[in-house]
Design a protein around this ligand. Sequence first.
Ligand code: ADP
Ligand code: MG
Length: 394
Amino acid sequence: MAGTLRGIADLAIEGRRTFLRVDFNVPVASGKVTDPSRVLASLPTIRHAMERGAKLVLASHAGRPKGKPSPQFSLEPVGQLLAELLHCEVLLTDDCISDAAGKIVTDLRDGQVALLENLRFNPGEEKNDVAFARELAKLCDVYVNDAFGAAHRAHASVSALPQLIRERGVGFLMEREIAALERLRSSTVHPFVAVLGGAKVSDKIGVLEALIDRVDALLIGGAMANTFLAAQGLSMGKSLVEQDKLPLARSLMQRAAGRGVKLLLPTDLLVADSLDASAGRVVTTNLVPDAMMALDIGPRTVETFRHEILPAKALFWNGPLGLFERAPFAEGTFGVARAGADCAGFTVVGGGDSVAAVNQAGLASRYDHVSTGGGASLEFLEGRPMPGIEAVKS
Ligand code: ADP
Ligand code: MG
């Protein structure tokens, strides 16, 4: 991956139209942003650009409006929140490439902020369409990407656009994400421990394969563990199991054994008869009743995982260990969240739901890095070149 990555501090943004690609893909309910984390994470770069007198043009995608305008996915609630946070006016355009948007951007004074309406209201965004990128390019002199959560997608505002702009680089959030994840990816300290959970093995194949060659211990929980347990011949009752991934699970277990990697699966589980059960029952892993499903790791597994996590010199965690959205099945995830918080090594958590769990537990500040990227952090760790990083290199 040749080329150098410049940070916003080294770009000539004073008095120039600076297109800042941010990740404002935040949950909204009744016209209000319900989790402002991603907006807050963008503030240092935004404030820096304003203080240096850039004419700031913010742009983001939100939700899946499928290439046409849809009020439900408007960035208006984000614009309001941003105006409150920055104590200044944020000019929301009606569409990202309309004449009106062009006029708003042309009229910006130094230090003023415009927010383009949802990029995905235009079909060109997700198609990485060059004609659409050329329209966006008319709005900018300098391009800055600070949307780590979108850096793994070859979309127009992330890939085609920066290649049309000479003066380009990344914001502070992107710099922090890259530094932390690169430190982990190239980590040579031991023990290096990874905890993987979440819904599906199929979502995480790449990262499983990449990590198994690098870590000393791989702790697997969540619904993902069900597939590994089933691959060992255990009966998992009504639990979520990906039948077509059993051979993959077997080959991963063999690979781990061959390399001396400790691959730990749950030894006890919390089972219930349905997803909305009001409580679970602890069973050992080989005794899951036919009519029950595993919805969390059990207390003995939490203890075993904690014992592996505490001495880690490097820790990566992705994916909840159970159905943590429901209180009766959250203890496994919170137990691992606490273990990670208590670990003195270099600790990183990534993934939308895992990060939500760490925030809910009030433990985010006790991790070295909480990644704002779900899929992006996984792809980075796999070592795949990311379109949004490659395209801004000079
Ligand atoms: P992340 O967003 O952190 O990458 P995923 O999206 O892969 O995590 O998985 C999170 C989802 O997996 C959560 O909705 C959680 O409820 C679900 N989950 C975890 N374990 C189980 C389980 N045993 N049974 C059902 N769902 C589970
Ligand atoms: Mg998720």
